[in-house]
Structures are given as structure tokens and as C-alpha cells.
Design a binder for this molecule. Structure first.
Ligand code: GTP
Ligand code: MN
Ligand code: MN
Length: 430
């Protein structure tokens, strides 16, 4: 194959779940432009239009090389008339007028700022925008009655809009692990969401919890939450119970996006010091293994006594430990922390964390359903329904022709049931 040949000579499958979509790709300028339009459509509650732009962007993310001219796009799927027009404009002029207009529009900016508040969706933001509320500060001044989530969202607005780093995610993971093992030894905790796909930052940290003995996981979330609360790790939490019941007639609500696992939306209080180093100060331990400073990695061995009554070991054992971060991010964090309170800088930051508990028999489905990306998930469900007459959710896969559930204990098996090539998490960044 000679360089410069049309991309269209390679046939590209039309569902994102049939393609490998790595995190880093060759068409960022184009996908950034399309993402803005997708976001704008979503904020305007025009879901169909949003999906069309997302699909077009996802197609470009999966291409093996940079698109330099519109003629290279001939024969490619997923590119609607509108998306193609935007792509051509960006290719020819470097920018798209529609994208520029959108980014600079008062409405788009306000809607982004308002939905950037945890607990605020597009509907609420739109209502506020119409009342002249454009920023979190406007909202604060308005005296509107806010629910508990929104109050927390407003209180920690700046911090929650700082990206969460991988090392912060790891630190949170260690706290979650301690909590879960304290109340249910043998439980398994998996990092899901964007970090599982290899992202270096995220808007939150997502975990899936299960236990190999089915049934042991029932009622786990309230216990984990109590433990975390008692240790002072939670700034906010909202827990919902498991409401999933498998029926013989198949899923009652096919292709539904919402699942019914025990889950918890929360805001964690993650310790940092002024330079962004993590210093764990739970009730009974103070531990660290490796702390990076400007002078490079240093190691120190903590003395640690496990005083947790729930773990059956009285020998001191070092918990895996952490450090969060140095450099740029740490500076940003301390800047925000220093400005978010009148009382000056403090030594912790707020981080959004999602916890989900799944029964062991549904684990593979939960893992697949919560790893994302959102578009990849949507495309999997669309493929299942339209190409296989199956219904896929984060709980199960139902074959409508054979009228039975298809079991799976790994993601690989689910892809196989669906007649799809296995796509690893790092290639699900559609
Ligand atoms: P960042 O957090 O922005 O880094 O990206 P992310 O991909 O981790 O997004 P997010 O945390 O919002 O969601 C993670 C995955 O969980 C995505 O694939 C979502 O589709 C999925 N997800 C989120 N909420 C739900 C839900 O209520 N039900 C189900 N089944 N999946 C959900
Ligand atoms: Mn996430
Ligand atoms: Mn999440």
C-alpha cells in the first residue's frame, strides 16, 4: 500500500464495537470539532443529533492515519451530511464556523458551566439559563433551593472540575479496597470506566465490586459506605439498592441504559499535602511507600499496625501505598484548594467516585457495561438488537430468538456470543 492512497480502500465496519479505537489517534482536530457539536446537541437535549456527531467522531478516531482531504473519506460509514460538511470546513480552513460560533455562544458556555455542577442535568441548567443564571456564582447568588447533590456540587465546583489523575485514582482504589475488605473479606474490586480504558485522567473514578460466593455481596454497599463515613472519607454519597430481577420472559425494559445494581455516587475526601503529595490519615494508619518530590522518587517504610477488627490478621502488613503527584497537576490542585476556601489552602481535595456492586454471575456484563466508552456501550447494544436480535444490558444478554439468557463469565465470551471480534478495553475509546 502506498502512502497517500485513499483511506476508503480499507473497508471500515460501521458499528464502533466492530472497530479498535485507541485513546490516541490521528484526527484530533476533526474529532474535537465534532465533539463540540455533539456536546451542544446533548445540552440542547437533541440526543439523536448528538449521537450522529459522536458516531462520526468515533469513526475518525478509529482510522489508521490522518485525514488530509475530504476525498479520502469516500466510502466510509457513519459520516452524515452535516458531519461531512464540518470535516471539510476544518480540513480546508482549519476551523469550522459553526463550531466557533457554538464555542463562543453565551448559551453553550452557560450550559457547560451549569451542567458542570455535580447533580445538575441539561433540563435544570436550561431552566436556570432562561432565568438569566449563567454561572455557578449566579446560581449561588440566586438563592434557588438546591438538592443535596447540587449543594455538594456547588461547594466543590472547582475541584470536581479538575481532572482526576491516575495516581489519585490508585489512591482512591486503596481506600475503597480497605473499606470493602473490612466489611467483606474476599470481595474483588475492579477499576472500571475511563481508567480501565487506559485514560490518564478522568472526571471521576469508577469501581466495580463483587464476591466469588454469589449472595455474599448482597447489602454490601451500605456497609462500605458506613465504614467510609466513619473514617471521614466521604463528603457526599447517595446509595441506591439493587432492583434487578431476571424474568423468564426476558428483560422487561429492553436496551435500557439504566441498570439496577447496588450503587453509590459519591464525593471522596482525598488527602493531599500542599505539594499534592498524598498522605493517608485514616484513623489507625499513616502509611506511605514511595513519595515523589521534586528530587525524584524516595522510599520510606512506614510502621504499620493493622488495628482493623474485621481483617483476621494481627501481624503488621504494609498496605500498598501511594503517592499522588507532582508537578503541574499538584500545582493546579493546590491553587484551587487555596482559592476554594476563605480559610486558605487545605490538605485534601474532593474527588467524584462511583461504586457499583454486582453479583458474581453478572460480573462480566457489569464489567463490559461500565468500562465504556459511552458510545462504545451504545453501539454494542445497537449491534445486539439490530444484528443479533439480542438484548444486552449490564446484567445479562438475552437471545430473543432462542428466548433464553446467554451466560458469560468473561468479556471475551460476551463478544463471542454477539459474534464480534474481542476488543480490549484500551481499544474501546470510541
Ligand atoms: P470519565 O469519567 O469522564 O473519565 O469517563 P468514563 O468513561 O469513565 O465515564 P463515566 O464515569 O461517566 O462512565 C463510565 C462508564 O459507565 C460508561 O461506559 C457509562 O456508559 C457507564 N455508566 C455510567 N452510568 C451508568 C448507568 O447508570 N448504568 C450503566 N449500565 N452504565 C453506566
Ligand atoms: Mn469515569
Ligand atoms: Mn462514573
Amino acid at each position: 500500500e502506498k502512502p497517500g492512497l485513499e483511506l476508503a480502500v480499507v473497508s471500515v465496519p460501521s458499528y464502533a464495537c466492530q472497530r479498535h479505537t485507541p485513546l490516541l489517534h490521528h484526527n484530533i482536530t476533526l474529532t474535537d470539532a465534532l465533539s463540540i457539536l455533539a456536546e451542544n446537541a446533548e445540552l440542547g437535549e437533541n440526543e439523536g443529533r448528538g449521537v450522529a456527531f459522536r458516531r462520526a467522531a468515533a469513526l475518525l478516531k478509529s482510522l489508521p492515519q490522518e485525514v488530509r482531504g475530504a476525498e479520502q473519506l469516500r466510502g466510509l460509514p457513519c459520516l452524515g451530511e452535516h458531519s461531512l460538511r464540518v470535516i471539510k470546513e476544518v480540513l480546508e480552513d482549519g476551523v469550522s464556523l459553526e463550531v466557533e460560533t457554538t464555542t463562543h455562544s453565551e448559551q453553550f458556555k452557560a450550559m457547560k458551566a451549569l451542567t458542570g455542577i455535580f447533580g445538575v442535568g441539561a433540563k435544570t441548567a436550561d431552566r436556570w439559563f432562561r432565568e438569566g443564571i449563567h454561572t455557578p456564582s449566579d446560581l449561588q447568588r440566586s438563592g434557588h433551593t438546591l438538592n443535596r447533590a447540587q449543594r455538594a456540587g456547588l461547594q466543590y465546583y472547582d475541584e470536581l472540575n479538575l481532572p482526576v489523575t491516575k495516581s489519585e485514582a490508585v489512591a482512591i482504589g486503596q481506600i475503597v479496597e480497605r473499606a470493602v475488605h473490612a466489611v467483606l473479606p474476599g470481595a474483588e474490586i475492579t477499576l472500571i470506566g475511563g481508567f480501565r480504558r487506559g485514560k490518564q485522567t478522568g472526571h471521576d473514578v469508577d469501581f466495580l465490586i463483587t464476591h466469588p460466593d454469589e449472595g455474599r455481596e448482597e447489602g454490601l454497599m451500605p456497609k462500605v459506605v458506613s465504614w467510609l463515613e466513619a473514617q471521614g472519607f466521604l463528603l457526599y454519597q447517595k446509595t441506591t439498592g439493587n432492583s434487578y430481577l431476571e424474568s423468564k420472559e426476558g428483560p422487561a425494559r429492553p436496551a435500557s441504559n439504566m441498570d439496577r445494581f447496588e450503587r453509590c455516587f459519591s464525593i471522596f475526601r482525598l488527602s493531599t499535602d500542599n505539594e499534592g503529595r498524598e498522605i493517608q490519615t485514616g484513623r489507625e494508619i499513616q502509611t506511605g511507600r514511595e513519595i515523589q518530590t521534586g528530587d525524584g522518587p524516595q522510599t520510606y517504610s512506614p510502621t504499620l499496625t493493622n488495628t482493623d477488627p474485621h481483617t483476621h490478621s494481627d501481624s503488621p502488613h504494609p498496605l500498598p501505598q501511594t503517592l499522588v503527584v507532582v508537578g503541574d497537576h499538584a500545582q493546579k490542585v493546590s491553587w484551587v484548594l487555596g482559592h476554594s476556601q476563605c480559610s486558605g489552602p487545605r490538605s485534601w481535595r474532593a474527588v467524584r467516585v462511583d461504586l457499583v456492586v454486582s453479583p458474581y454471575s453478572q460480573f462480566a456484563f457489569a464489567l463490559l457495561g461500565w468500562t465504556g466508552s459511552k458510545l462504545f456501550e451504545r453501539e454494542l447494544r445497537r449491534w445486539a438488537v439490530h444484528e443479533k436480535a439480542m438484548t444486552l444490558s449490564s446484567h445479562a444478554l438475552y437471545d430473543r430468538k432462542r428466548t433464553q439468557y446467554l451466560r458469560a463469565s468473561s468479556e471475551e465470551e460476551i463478544f463471542a456470543h454477539l459474534g464480534l471480534e474481542y476488543i480490549p478495553p484500551c481499544d474501546r475509546n470510541a
